[in-house]
Design a protein around this ligand. Sequence first.
Ligand SMILES: [Zn+2]
Length: 138
Amino acid sequence: MLLANENQDNGNGVYPVAISFDMSTHLTPEQIAELRSDLEAELRRLQRSMTSTATASEPVALDQASVGRLSRMDAMANQQMAKTLHERELALELRILDALRRVDGGSYGVCLTCGHNIPYGRLLVMPETRTCTACGGG
Ligand SMILES: [Zn+2]
């Protein structure tokens, strides 16, 4: 499930459940603007970080005679960690880009699972979230 990370990211999950059932966005233009700039800032930060992890996850030259058995295992473990981190960053990047598309399309802030509004407080913590507190499991 792609949503697994999203669940883990939510540390406290104490946001009130949305009461409004209005299907149009419940966010004010100011709130939308703030969340959009949060998303764009997070995207820039992520893309800077991804440049370095992409480099770190490039295949290591494992057959070099100068590389001993232990350091070779270290290199493989580090590479695996960098690869895992990079995959997580790629998934988050997709979620942020998706959220920005929904901001542009006017459907941002609405749960993709149940169609209810996602509370502003939850969006502030996880602007890239696609689900409300109930559907997100957190
Ligand atoms: Zn929902």
